[in-house]
Design a protein around this ligand. Structure first.
Ligand code: ADP
Ligand code: MG
Length: 698
């Protein structure tokens, strides 16, 4: 992919500060939303709309309806009922309505002089003295003649603290008018034939339809062709970029990994168990890949507990036994440390060194380590993203293993492939994920990889009994923990929180740990969360593993990989806040021993119909693939434009749930584009991808 020549500017190259009205302060705020260019601004779509195109008469208002009204102020006063509030009564000659403010200023009260006219917009509810609006969006008018309804719907955008809807609306309006004057800044990248076949609007038309919808009938929803078109283009960009990565990677030469058979048999003989049929099959696929001189690009999908680690260890041995170095990357230090121990014990007899490299390594120790890596000898390095650091240079890297891929971004995965080596050979790559995803999604998300599936659990596993329990029954649940621990078993208590803020999550976990310790004085309670030092976390985990602790309170940091077979009870607080796949992952921490285990989903009332349905799926199934399919099918309500993004693919517009029906077309469409419109590939990828260069280089 080449970068466009600087003379041909496009909207991605124009900083927002070039728009009138956007100063450095606003630019900083916009940056927090990931908006730095004109294009970013244009692609920041509203998530809902307000309709002020019609003025409702007060007489026609009903509770629950969001309405735009106008009226004359009859009175405004501060009242103290249960809470102090400013109440203003307006009248439009068809009836009266109260406006109520719990937060207000003296100036606000002052301005609401009886006799003046205002417009107000909010949801109507039943108050103490009749219908009311709480904290309406209102505007005081100079006179009655000033009352006008809007011509278009009002877009509502995701904001960041300090940025107002007003500022953002103005900025986007500006951006749209720039675009009208200079449409060449954002050329249409989809072929016209395609746009016509799907009845999609042209690009600029689509942006206008979404930011400034003219239609007064119904606001655009997630299914609006304008949004679908953008989502399709974005999905296509990701798919195409990954396909190019694959094409390019396959032209490279990789080391052929064909170690002496004795190395492998010794390993298998040393294992405390026999491999399942599924593990054997996947290992065969891997052996086949790495015995050729083309780099392997393989994803191993397998449900939690299906035994991916041993497959990774076997693959590592293929490289080590052939004289190459191996890098294994895990998403957390906890998991890296656990892998380090497992691999050390499994490979202990093989004479190949296993080392751990995390952000925590002491500098002296690290120095020796880096020197070892620079030498040619085969070695397995287990680590976290610290493996990315510039200072880490492998001299003979033959294999990269990435565990729990869903925790990494695509570009992180690609960056690791970049790791230079002196052999002139590209390393093979094995990617593992416990997040089973439907085939159509896998084709999109991992279009640079071949896929193997471990679809069988090791024998003797007893299914986890899952129950869905309202938080009112918390006491009962706590008693159950006591009873469980009396039987010398261990348990997890997982705290979740809707906020992105890790700090709040950790505080919640700390509080919960304190409360549980108070309610269960005889129980040894431990706590792990993401803000603890790695060493402290490790310490607690070790203590839990050695049964020096009975109950481990944790944030979702324990989602991945942790293995304590005696811990057969897990309570998940507020499970309704997490995705099904993530819940399934968490639940996978229990059910690792030889006796029955339990997972209690302690939900907060009230629970929406959809949330209820989702938890039921988790209760009734243990099949990660089925759960993932269902999660995808249970789309959220269609009236919101976007939902919070989770997972490793960060999209601006596309939504893995709302746009699931597009996946099937994507690979077909990309065939079509690669064949008939190769010149469009680069512009599409550059428009949508943050790290377009990375995709091009590897
Ligand atoms: P995951 O796929 O979730 O990474 P792990 O690799 O951690 O699963 O394996 C889960 C547990 O099952 C580990 O304790 C592992 O030693 C054990 N295990 C893996 N393969 C087998 C097998 N074939 N038979 C019995 N136990 C196995
Ligand atoms: Mg694992």
């Amino acid at each position: 992919m080449s970068t466009p020549s600087p003379s041909v500017l496009n909207a991605k190259q124009i900083p927002v500060t070039q728009l009138t009205g956007i100063g450095p302060r606003t630019a900083v705020l916009l940056n927090k939303l990931g908006i730095t260019s004109l294009q970013d601004l244009l692609l920041h779509l509203p998530y809902r709309y307000e309709d002020r195109t019609r003025i409702h008469s007060i007489a026609e208002l009903r509770t629950g309806v969001t309405a735009f009204v106008c009226g004359r102020v009859e009175l405004a006063e501060v009242v103290v009922k249960t809470k102090k509030s400013l109440v203003c009564r307006i009248n439009d000659d068809t009836g009266f309505l109260y406006l109520r403010f719990f937060h207000f200023s003296a100036a606000q009260l002052q301005a609401l002089t009886p006799g003046s006219w205002l417009t107000a917009y909010a949801e109507v509810r039943l108050g103490f003295a009749g219908l009311e609006m709480v904290h309406p969006d209102y505007k005081i008018l100079a006179s009655r003649d000033e009352i006008t309804a809007d011509e278009a719907l009002t877009p509502v955008y995701a904001l960041t603290e300090g940025l107002s809807q007003h500022t953002l609306r103005k900025a986007i309006k500006h951006a749209l008018s720039w675009l009208t004057q200079r449409p060449e800044l954002l050329p249409d990248c989809l072929p016209t034939t395609l746009i016509e076949a799907y009845c999609y609007p042209a690009l600029i038309e689509a942006l206008n339809a979404l930011h400034a919808p003219k239609s007064v009938q119904a606001p655009p929803t997630a299914d609006h062709p304008a949004r679908k078109r953008l989502a399709l283009e974005e999905l296509l960009a990701h798919h195409l970029a990954l396909r190019q990565v694959r094409q390019y990677a396959k032209t490279a030469t990789a080391p052929q990994l064909t170690p002496p058979v004795t190395v492998l048999t010794a390993f298998l003989d040393h294992l405390p168990f026999a491999l399942t049929r599924a593990q054997q099959r996947v290992i065969k696929e891997i052996e086949h890949d790495v015995s050729s001189n083309k780099p392997m690009l393989r994803l191993v999908q397998g449900d939690v507990g299906s035994g991916k680690t041993v497959v990774a260890a076997y693959t590592a041995l293929l490289a080590l036994g052939s004289g190459y170095q191996v890098a294994l990357m895990a998403p957390t230090e906890l998991l890296a440390e656990q892998h380090f121990r497992t691999f050390t014990s499994w490979l202990g007899d093989s004479a190949f060194p296993v080392v751990l490299l995390t952000g925590q390594n002491k500098s002296k120790h690290k120095e020796t380590l880096l020197q070892t890596l620079a030498k040619d000898s085969p070695i397995l390095v287990v680590g976290t993203h610290a493996l990315f650091q510039q200072s880490v240079q492998f001299s003979r890297l033959g294999l990269i293993i990435i565990d729990e891929q869903h925790r990494f971004g695509v570009h992180q995965r690609l960056a690791l492939r970049e790791k230079a080596q002196n052999t002139g050979l590209k390393p093979h790559q094995l990617v593992m994920t416990a997040t089973p995803i439907p085939r159509t999604l896998a084709m999109l998300q991992y279009s640079d990889l071949d896929i193997s599936i471990i679809d069988e659990l090791p024998p003797g596993r007893i299914p986890i009994v899952t129950s869905v329990i309202p938080s009112e029954r918390r006491e009962e649940v706590i008693n159950r923990i006591q009873h469980w621990i009396d039987q010398r078993r261990q348990a997890y208590w997982v705290c979740t929180l809707i906020e992105e803020s890790e700090l709040l999550q950790c505080q919640a976990a700390e509080n919960t740990a304190l409360l549980l310790a108070q309610s269960l004085p005889a129980v040894r309670v431990g706590l792990v969360h993401g803000r603890m030092k790695a060493r402290d976390k490790e310490h607690v985990m070790q203590a839990f593993k050695q049964h020096e602790l009975d109950l481990l309170v944790a944030t979702t940091v324990i989602e991945v990989g942790v293995d304590v077979p005696n811990a057969g009870l897990m309570i998940i607080e507020n499970p309704e806040r997490l995705g099904l796949a993530q819940l399934h992952q968490l639940r996978g921490r229990v059910g690792r021993g030889q006796s029955e285990s339990f997972c209690l989903l302690l939900y907060q009332m009230p629970l929406s119909q959809l949330a209820r349905q989702r938890l039921k799926i988790l209760r009734d199934s243990h099949d990660g693939f089925y759960i993932a399919e269902q999660d995808l099918q249970l789309r959220g309500p269609g009236d919101v434009m976007g939902t919070r993004q989770t997972g490793q693919m960060q999209f601006k517009i596309a939504d893995l749930q709302q746009d699931a029906e597009l996946f099937e077309f994507i690979s077909m469409l990309s065939d079509h584009l690669l064949r008939d419109f190769p010149e469009l590939i680069t512009p599409i990828c550059q428009r949508w991808l943050e790290h377009a260069g990375l995709y091009a280089e590897v």
